[in-house]
Design a protein around this ligand. Sequence first.
Ligand code: NAG
Ligand code: NAG
Ligand code: NAG
Ligand code: NAG
Ligand code: NAG
Length: 599
Amino acid sequence: MLCLGWIFLWFVTGERIKGFNISGCSIKNFLWMYSAESAEEFVLFCDLAEPQKPRSYHRHPLSPAQGPARRPCRGREGLSDAQWYLQPREGGALKEITSNQSHLLLDKTALRFLTAERSHAGSYICRPRMRSRRDEACCVKMVLEVQPQADLSCAHPVPRTRYLRLGSTDSIHCPSLGCQGGARSPEMTWYQNGRLLSAQRSNPLQLDVIYDYHQGTYACDYTQADGAGSRTVRAVVQVKTIVRNTTLKPDILEPVKDTLEVELGKPLTLNCTARFGFEEHFKPVLRWYSKDSGRELEIPTKEGRRVKATVEAEVIQRTVHLERVAQSDLHKTFICFAQNSLGNSTQPLQLRGRKGASPVVFLYVLLGTVAALAGALAAGALLFTYWIEVVLLCRTCQDKDETLGDKKEFDAFISYAKGSASESEPASPMSEDCLALKLFPEVLENKYGYTLCLLERDVAPGGVYTEDIVSIIKKSRRGVFILSPNYVNGPSVFELQAAVSLALDDQTLKLILVKFCPFQEPESLPDLVRKALRVLPTVTWRGLKSAPPNSRFWTRLRYHMPMKNPTGLPWGHLRVISRAFWEDSKTETPGRSSQPRHW
Ligand SMILES: *[C@@H]1O[C@H](CO)[C@@H](O)[C@H](O)[C@H]1NC(C)=O
Ligand SMILES: *[C@@H]1O[C@H](CO)[C@@H](O)[C@H](O)[C@H]1NC(C)=O
Ligand SMILES: *[C@@H]1O[C@H](CO)[C@@H](O)[C@H](O)[C@H]1NC(C)=O
Ligand SMILES: *[C@@H]1O[C@H](CO)[C@@H](O)[C@H](O)[C@H]1NC(C)=O
Ligand SMILES: *[C@@H]1O[C@H](CO)[C@@H](O)[C@H](O)[C@H]1NC(C)=O
């Protein structure tokens, strides 16, 4: 609504601005005597009230009678906003001052000059922004003269900025009078933040007890009259209420701890926040340093910013921003440094990589998976290697006996090359004969309780060899054939041939090959035998290593032997099995798929 009103007014006044006739404005003259040494401000108030004329009860007899009685314009207090114009010195149209400039601020009903320069001299005109009909002619033209202050030859020039300690009693001198404690002082008009202090007309301005509301921008006026007329000499004093100078070094509020957990690769903002107690000559220093292998360097950052300000203290913060935390940042020490006139305070900060971050978790998961896989593979390999032992172990736990009710006499018939030891390998203590006639009975019969059939031992001589063989094989559950060059080239190979033929008809007869030593298959070998050599399960004899009853050779052999009621105690087998686990497991795997199993 207000906005619309403004727009309306702009339209209404916009056309009239050219016709703004300033010749009817009241005129006031100002003198700004600025000090060349210190920064200084100046202010013009839009005070439309007629200047106070010397009190006279004798009116001119002609003046009041003519024209309508002109009602007085509003004073500054009655005005909410003003329009300002500058009349160029070289003449020409009025220029409205519509926006803040670097040296000039439009502050409601005041025009504030921020720097002292002679070029600021000129005629400044103001009038109410919202005008009623009766305000139409109200305007004031302020003619400003700007002069540098003449050299003051006094001991205490008046400061342009005054610090008044809270709770104390103090006074404010008007700077336009030059020296403090001048003997003669004219009548003064004082303003605080544009408000007239009507009760105060003396210089210096006396303040009994200083409160914080005394802080502000003060202006003091006195009238100087000479032959050309009168003008107002005005000066501005900045008053700040303060407390006692601090007696403490700055207090670092942040960082609190000397270590900070961070995530590598992530951006990071480090704050150095310090509380500086009040000082009249306040020169706070706040910086970030980094210390790397003994060298200390300042980290370039943006200037510190004021986070909080009270009369007693200021809190200033300076931040260092890392785009991403690098590994090298973990080796540095970051140092927050704060200093005032009393000394310095520091707070070191060390960054520490956060543990359990996602890449690490991922690594753990990966390792876990790999370990599980490796475990499964190892278990698979173990099971594969020790399959036989596992099966045997299971057999000992079951008490199914394959041998019951099949009307067979022998568990195994042992076939080998007879009389080979004396001919080819007389020096070998471990001959085929020895294996067949000594070790087989010793281990399989005595230790594991199988019943073997050895032609020499169990068959009465005198029968027809071939008939005897066939009948023995028929009465056996297994045929064990000890293969060697002597065997495949000698007459005993007939036993294998016969057994293979019989096994084709007899499901309960199974054949096991024992490779005693390497051999070449002779041309004369029957086709049936040739095929059988390829598919029948084979156990390799490895000389002396295979001799002990708990060797892998016997374990494998037993795997192919018929399942019988355990004769010994189960832990006897367990011991065998556990031994086997630690033995060399490079033996060949048996062709266990070649024969159907029935257990
Ligand atoms: C301005 O007003 C005065 C009377 O107050 C008049 O004499 C003068 O001619 C006016 N000037 C213009 C440009 O209207
Ligand atoms: C000029 O600056 C003063 C003080 O900073 C502010 O109050 C005022 O609104 C500004 N005026 C304009 C027109 O920007
Ligand atoms: C504060 O210290 C400054 C010097 O830094 C000194 O000039 C001033 O008088 C002191 N003010 C008070 C109130 O002690
Ligand atoms: C630093 O301060 C900012 C806000 O001022 C905050 O967002 C950030 O988390 C702070 N950093 C630390 C490390 O505390
Ligand atoms: C900080 O203060 C210590 C004494 O407390 C001083 O030795 C050191 O030089 C100061 N550092 C700086 C940079 O001023």
